[in-house]
Design a protein around this ligand. Sequence first.
Ligand code: SF4
Length: 267
Amino acid sequence: MRLLSVIEGDLNRLLVFELDDGSRVESVFYRGDTLCVSTQVGCSVRCIFCASGKNGLIRNLTPDEIFCQFKKASELFPIRRIAVAGIGDPLLNWKNVMEAFWRFKGEGLKVSFYTVGHPPHRLKELLLLPHAGVTISVHSTDRGVRRFLMPHAGDLRDVVKVLKETLPLMSKRKRKKVSIAYMPIQGINDSDEEVLRIGTLASELGVSVTLLYYNRVSNLRPVSLERYETIFRKLRSMGVRVTFSTRFRKDRIGGCGTLIIDREVAA
Ligand code: SF4
């Protein structure tokens, strides 16, 4: 595995790796201390808003390939946190991700996860790990809309069931680190009713909402900034804790959903 290229964004640094079989994956160094790592080459969930899943899954990364993204990046940047939020879903390469997780922990790193929450029994295991945060992609409470946005993300009812069973087993401090992700997209999941249902779900579960701003990688359109702010305020008015997309997540380089598996780079 070798580091092919480091691409400078306005805020982020995008690292392109070539694996021994010629496949490529990407990591992102952001916020001055965090590395977002990939866990798969491609992704079988195939979210329509994400460049990483466009061509489906090619293969799982090995524990070494996941860990080495950190090793190589740490020669260039000071890394204290790992976000398992790059290409792939950690629950779908669970055994290898777990091995890498314990190696990250052995280096004293704080490790957080992004997942669609499928399969549910692994979500439960994930929640009970000594993680620094788990964000679960919900995006819509409507089954049809969620399936349209994330065709292979499983059933939200299973995710909710696991959360209801598992959150009470966690300490209050740990529960605060669990959130559901909501990314409003114009004309699809940005209605007042949807916002209300997302807020109600978060309230019932006692978790926060990570409100993402869509980085345009397809024909879908992000909501206007005014609408984004209105949604933020509406959720807050329901008593829900809400974090919003930082400028790092919105950067043209390395922003959420923009990582791809076959970027042209000068090797
Ligand atoms: S958003 Fe995550 S789960 Fe969905 S296709 Fe992209 S990498 Fe896969």
